[in-house]
Design a protein around this ligand. Structure first.
Ligand code: NAD
Ligand code: IPM
Ligand code: MN
Length: 362
């Protein structure tokens, strides 16, 4: 098949990890006889430096033309002045919103070989396999912001339709998994959460009667996620709770550098990015963990291009690299790991070994 993939490296370690994922996508294309055309554009701080805007119009236009977007990360100290009116992060929020990507899928499945990298006891981690579905284009991130000399506010708003569509996405995913959905809110305090709970309950009752639904308050969820992570299948929650809970959940896997994500809307066009940020503390040193971005590329093949076999092939290759103990510094005991390029090379080697192209494809 032929596909146009827009690459948005962004800032900090973004260019390092997207370069790794592009190498893997190129290898997959070659192995399976696909033609992936890559185009690269600016976003975030790099775009502010070049154009004054975090999401230049030609970047958005390229995203709208592409079949899928692969993004690194945005932001960094250079653009973090609290007085700044233009910020890299605005570019990320704007592209998610402009492409209508309301559902952010963040799978968490600790790899047996990397359990030692997690601060959680190994017996709690075996068998953990959960998927957070984070609402991505609503809530407090997008409500009206106000600032006066001595106060500030951020409005948190959700419509019924916004809650319905993300609930449907979570339930559909749960149907192909273990059939359980945990909806996370703060309904004991927030009006938006009371609406959230009401809508989720109705959608599940009316449209997904086979789904086992439970509601959980976000504060205790933060605790249960570490105490009994095996219990969870699909977790659906609003934008900010999903952001926070998934950085927490990354510690089940052992590192932020292992968690991929897919941001999806109504069409197959999606945006794929690791859940981590631009990691300014390690940027430019060639030591960032590329696995989260490589696994995001696998999600791209699955959700935007319908290439399930190829997606699994990448996932198996990353599994193989981890099985062989190819750990970057964030995973290695004592922080003495291999660099980004060596980890990427290990994945490419596993691709050669493990992934058999399906013959007779059209
Ligand atoms: P961060 O995720 O960038 O880093 C947190 C810690 O995890 C750091 O110690 C970092 O070195 C480490 N880390 C992250 N990814 C890693 C990887 N692949 N390999 C090895 N170690 C890794 O979070 P932060 O420091 O709070 O934020 C830095 C900047 O990134 C901020 O400007 C923030 O807004 C931005 N950010 C962007 C995104 C995004 O573009 N999607 C996501 C989160 C944060
Ligand atoms: C993420 C990031 C972003 C978010 C920031 C950089 C806007 O933390 O993708 O998780 O909060 O969505
Ligand atoms: Mn985040």
């Amino acid at each position: 098949m032929q596909a146009d993939i827009l690459v948005l490296p962004g800032d900090g370690i973004g260019p390092e990890v997207t370069a790794a994922a592009v190498q893997v996508l190129r290898a997959v294309a070659q192995r399976y006889g696909h033609v992936f055309r890559f185009e690269e554009k600016l976003i975030g701080g790099a775009a502010i430096d070049a154009t004054g805007e975090p999401l230049p119009a030609d970047t958005l236009a390229a995203a709208q033309r592409a079949h899928a977007v692969l993004l690194g990360a945005v932001g960094g100290p250079k653009w973090s002045d609290p007085k700044a009116t233009v910020r890299p992060e605005q570019g990320l929020l704007a592209i998610r919103r402009a492409l209508g990507l309301y559902a952010n899928l963040r799978p968490v499945k600790p790899h047996p070989a990397a359990l030692g990298a997690s601060p959680i006891k190994p017996h709690l981690l075996t068998g953990v396999d959960l998927m957070v579905v984070r609402e991505l284009t609503g809530g407090i991130y997008f409500g009206q912001k106000q600032r006066t000399a001595d106060s500030a506010s951020d409005l948190c708003e959700y419509s019924v339709a916004e809650i319905e569509r993300v609930t449907r996405r979570a339930c559909t995913l749960a149907q192909s998994r273990r059939g359980r959905v945990t909806s996370v809110d703060k309904a004991n305090v927030l009006e938006t959460s009371r609406l959230w709970r009401e809508v989720v309950t109705r959608v599940v009752r009316e449209e997904f009667p086979g789904i086992e639904l439970e509601h959980q308050l976000v504060d205790s969820m933060a605790m249960h996620l570490l105490a009994k992570p095996r219990e969870y299948d699909v977790i659906v929650t609003e934008n900010m709770f999903g952001d926070i809970l998934t950085d927490e959940a990354s510690m089940l896997a052992g590192s932020l550098g292992l968690l991929p994500s897919a941001s999806l809307g109504e069409s197959t066009v999606g945006l794929y990015e690791p859940i981590h940020g631009s990691a300014p503390d390690i940027a430019g040193r060639g030591i960032a963990n590329p696995y989260a971005t490589i696994l995001s590329a696998a999600m791209l093949l699955r959700h935007s291009l319908g290439l399930e076999n190829e997606a699994r092939c990448i996932e198996k290759a990353v599994d193989g690299a981890l099985d062989n103990g190819v750990f970057t510094a964030d995973l290695a005991p004592g922080g003495r790991g291999v660099g980004t390029q060596a980890a990427t090379a290990a994945v490419l080697e596993q691709l050669e070994l493990e992934c058999q192209p399906v013959m007779m494809r059209d």
